[in-house]
Design a binder for this molecule. Structure first.
Ligand SMILES: Nc1nc2c(ncn2[C@@H]2O[C@H](COP(=O)(O)OP(=O)(O)OP(=O)(O)O)[C@@H](O)[C@H]2O)c(=O)[nH]1
Ligand SMILES: [Mg+2]
Length: 368
């Protein structure tokens, strides 16, 4: 039996097995097996050519991928947000490769990638799907671009990403596996688990572990556990933008909001825009900034004062050490002083582990 057939059979068996306590372990094993086979299949696809596609280099402080079906307005949006000139058209598949553009916002350079329409079956190569997906996998933020008239496409986009090991808006499962020499599989959990211990052991064993300590720090279901064991999923934040809002009347706008709710998208969190008329773009930029979790740090340079023009761009949670590294001053660092949101008082002397906040002013004292 070929790999594709095996995958299909496993999928069918999973779909046809009712989930309950008695079947849980069996389903766990099937899902783990399925994940392994899919991985093998994907590797085979890659090595049998077709993988060469476009590699868009990462530039700037962060990378954002616009995903959406053909003709929803991705290229129009890219052109409106950035310096890029991506071809747009009233027919499908105008864009056949990934087009990059740079958005300058709050002193940060944010690379925006317009990727061709993700369509059903993209994973099998249609529309350059595999290459597109690898570009999406390496993004820091995914923007679902929906046309106001095709909100239902959201579900298919989500499925396509999920199938390709992308987990929008999830955090990585809090699971760790430590292989050891003997003793079989041991499960330790810091929370009450609903999954049977035997299910967990089967999933881990199916992945090839014989002896290992498995530590689980969250209430996992089978899918999350398989994700954790596979350890190659991308956890990327996302936001939804609804384009062509210029064509909406009040009545239909309500319908769109109801549809969004139907896909568990809070209409207040979706950004309504008109890429063509350049409406709503400021809100979208703000949202991009928020979701990326970028922060500005103004450097106080000796003899030159505070540079408010070109801030150092870091990510929420970064500390002084990250700033020093990004500036390439690791070898010369002596001490740091911070003024602003993260400081207790002006010119506070702080250590390398001091966490910086947006709009802090940082002064580094360096060795000559
Ligand atoms: N009314 C209206 N039309 C828009 C808007 N944005 C894009 N369009 C039109 O929609 C059509 C498709 O836009 P594109 O930007 O080429 O769409 P795309 O998503 O890049 O499509 P592909 O490259 O084929 O994947 C064009 O005719 C645009 O002028 C908008 O905000 N309002
Ligand atoms: Mg396009």
């Amino acid at each position: 039996m070929g790999l594709e057939e095996e995958i299909q059979e496993l999928e069918e068996e999973i779909a046809n097995t009712p989930y309950n306590k008695a079947t849980e372990e069996h389903i766990g094993r099937l899902k783990s097996k399925l994940a392994e086979k899919k991985e093998k299949f994907a590797k085979r696809q890659q090595s049998s050519g077709g993988g060469g596609g476009y590699h868009v280099e990462k530039h700037g402080d962060a990378t954002v991928a616009l995903v959406g079906f053909p003709s929803v307005g991705k290229s129009t949006l890219l052109n409106a947000l950035t310096n890029a000139e991506s071809e747009t058209g009233a027919y499908e598949f105008t864009t056949l490769e990934v087009n990059p553009g740079m958005l300058e916002y709050n002193g940060a350079n944010i690379q925006i990638l317009d990727v061709p329409g993700l369509i059903e079956g993209a994973a099998s190569g249609r529309g350059g799907g595999q290459e597109v997906l690898s570009v999406v996998r390496s993004a820091d933020l995914i923007i679902f671009v929906l046309s106001a008239f095709e909100i239902d496409q959201y579900e298919r986009l989500q499925e396509e990403l999920y199938e390709n090991k992308i987990r929008p808006d999830q955090s990585p499962p809090r699971i760790s596996i430590r292989p050891k020499g003997k003793g079989g599989i041991k499960v330790n959990a810091s929370v009450d688990l609903t999954l049977n211990e035997e299910t967990i052991k089967s999933i881990v064993r199916e992945h090839g572990y014989v002896n290992a300590d498995v530590t689980i720090n969250e209430e996992v279901d089978i899918d999350r556990l398989v994700d954790g064991v596979m350890d190659n999923r991308e956890y990327i934040p996302s936001l939804v933008t609804v384009n062509k809002a210029d064509l909406l009347d009040k009545e239909y706008a309500k319908t769109v909001k109801d549809q969004l709710r139907g896909y568990e998208i809070d209409p207040d969190e979706a950004v309504f825009i008109s890429a063509q008329e350049e409406k709503g773009l400021e809100s979208l930029k703000e949202e991009i900034w928020e979701e990326l979790g970028l922060i500005r740090v103004y450097m106080d340079k000796p003899g030159r004062g505070v540079d408010y023009e070109e801030p150092l761009i870091l990510t929420e949670g970064d500390n002084v050490e990250d700033a020093v590294k990004k500036l390439g001053f690791t070898d010369r660092y002596r001490m740091a002083r911070v003024t602003g949101p993260s400081a207790k008082h002006e010119e506070q002397q702080v250590g390398l582990d001091h966490e910086l906040k947006d709009e802090d002013i940082l002064r580094l004292v360096l060795r000559k």
